[in-house]
Design a protein around this ligand. Sequence first.
Ligand SMILES: Cc1ncc(COP(=O)(O)O)c(C=O)c1O
Length: 490
Amino acid sequence: MEQPTAIEPGAGVRSEVCDSLRMAPEIMLDLARKAAELIVERIEQLPEENAWEGEFRQELIDQLAEAPPEEGRPPEEVIEQAARDILPVAARNDHPRFFGFIPSSPTWPGVLADFMAAGHQVNQCTWLTSSGPSQLELVVIDWIRRWLGYPESAGGLLTSGGSAASLDAFVAAREAAGDPDRATVYMSDQSHSAQVRAARIIGVRAECIRKVACDGRYRLDMEALARTVAVDRASGFNPIAVCANAGAGSTGAIDPLEEMANYCEAEGIWLHVDAAYGGFAAVTERGKELLRGIERADSIVVDAHKWFFQPYEAGCLLVKDVETLKNAFAIPHDMLQDTIWGANHPNFSDRGLQLSRSVRALKIWMSVQTFGMAAFRRAVSKGMELAARAEEYVRKNPIMEILNPASLGIVCFRINPASADLDEEVLEEINRNVLARVFWEERAFMSSTRLGGRFSLRLCIVNHATTWDDVRETLEAAGQFGEEALSKGK
Ligand SMILES: Cc1ncc(COP(=O)(O)O)c(C=O)c1O
């Protein structure tokens, strides 16, 4: 029988009936090079571009909405369209002037690791299916354990991100507490919505998610926590976890970790630390000092896709006693009976919610192997140093006010001349105007938050490529827009 030949126009696509989705090796290499060239070109041009790009829905529907094509088209064309018309229409989280939310700037070895992991299509759910990558995950988890000062009994897994990691942690906490009725969790009023969502998903009722007040620096107030727990216990609520922030999203605030550990130990409550943003500060001496006490938590979440310069998705959950994860998640299944290798050969699917998993450890490992820890330490330190300089700049500027001092890499401030006596409504209008003008007129991207009801501008500086000029020029622009808004009366 005559073999069907390659169909046009998908040149290079092997269209034999037996494998209609395979490509010839030389075409695969050409396409990989093409994709890599487009990404490198993007990275090179990024500093000159805007930190944000976006489009309204209708425009994008007009460009992209279509039925899936029955026949393929030239793959170079498909790659070009993705690289030129789709992926750039987004916030550039890795832009040196992207200071909004929590930015993320991956290393090139990290990017390549995701590509390589996809190319090997390892399913890292069990030892049987992925012994090499599983061992690598154990190595990387052990690095993170050491950075955080956790004991050797600790262990965990890499997850899609902080949200998924906290979800797993709350399941472990609930099971460790004996799965009580009216399970209740405690967190500060600065805790991330991801904590609330994780609690909700595991079935904690809305009235059992307790928000505890903070002190003047947005750190959880210990007395308020103790009071709330005591009243709750007397009313039949069962605390299953207290959540601490080690780098709250709005301000970078670090809750009193040592005191919380003392309290939770005395009360027999699981202490969970959301260090999704701030945890990797622990690789520096200063960060280790700031995070002292974190090593006493029952569970810790860190995100390597935030301050450890990895592509999404790279979250991590560590628990003080890895058995608590297995108790919560190891569920036997006949179909998977062949995957049990026994002691010391962990199946990562026994530690969290995912069965099929990608090889997330590879990006962290390849990045660290390539650059070395000294480079990572310098990059993390730089964020803290630039945030401190930004605070200094704000304090010296007569029309600016610090709303919370630099904490880790975050500074919260606003336009508010000390000499003027402006009410909150006017200040909010002025600062919204400044935020909007930075957004539309500058290359930079800032975001805002609310602190004690006040509208606050906010810079989060955690990009290894950001320079003081990037920060200073953004602050200068905010100052200039602030002057103009003040002179116009808004
Ligand atoms: C403090 C904090 N916790 C949790 C999360 C959620 O993490 P993820 O987005 O990786 O799920 C974030 C995300 O920005 C965060 O900043």
